[in-house]
Design a protein around this ligand. Structure first.
Ligand code: ZN
Length: 199
């Protein structure tokens, strides 16, 4: 599964959904947490580059030797990987898919868009969009976690949310599972923008 973190990055780069050093992925399996490194060319990521932690010791303790620095979006991943309903295995994927960001910028509400397209709404729950916030900020981490989760149960409520002027955050059982949520939403955003309809 660590290999698929790099594979998803390569696919995202190939599709133009990230520039060379953008995007980040985390994976949690039981009490272990894995995240892509910061500042590395994302199409070169392999399991040996992944930064590893124990979930109950995020501050310092790394598992074994870690050469890399974790993604600057570590806090966003940490919050999304430690919700009350975590079970077994979870992947969080953050990318910058072109048409989703364009649709948000144009003024489309992603939740309303998804409701019009059964190919998305059947498989992917789209949450409210996070407003424009500084990249790798605590505010972005907290806001993304807030819209992704139920306020009362602190459990995950959605599979994907947009982040205005920036990207998306998607969650699945594996990196490819999360990637598929992004792919589905990206596809309908491309269709809607191509159709010329206005928000
Ligand atoms: Zn980003």
């Amino acid at each position: 599964m660590l290999t698929s973190m790099g594979d998803v990055m390569r696919e995202a780069h190939k599709r133009g959904w990230i520039t060379t050093r953008d995007g980040n992925i985390s994976l949690r399996r039981e009490d272990k947490f894995y995240i892509t490194p910061s500042g590395v060319r994302k199409y070169l990521i392999h399991p040996e580059h992944i930064v590893k932690y124990y979930v109950d010791d995020f501050d310092d303790t790394l598992m074994g030797r870690n050469e890399g620095t974790p993604s600057g979006e570590l806090e966003m991943h940490r919050l999304l990987q430690t919700t009350a309903d975590f079970e077994g295995c979870r992947a969080v994927v953050h990318l910058h898919p072109t048409y989703i960001i364009a649709a948000i910028h144009r003024g489309f509400d992603l939740q309303k868009l998804a409701a019009d397209f059964p190919e998305v709404s059947r498989y992917t729950k789209v949450g409210p969009t996070v407003p424009v916030l500084p990249v790798i900020s605590k505010e972005l981490a907290i806001a993304t976690h807030e819209v992704m989760t139920d306020i009362f149960s602190s459990s995950l409520e959605y599979d994907i949310v947009g982040q205005a002027g920036h990207g998306v955050c998607a969650i699945g059982k594996s990196p490819w599972d999360a990637f598929e949520h992004i792919e589905r939403l990206e596809h309908i955003c491309q269709i809607v923008l191509a159709s010329g309809v206005n928000p």
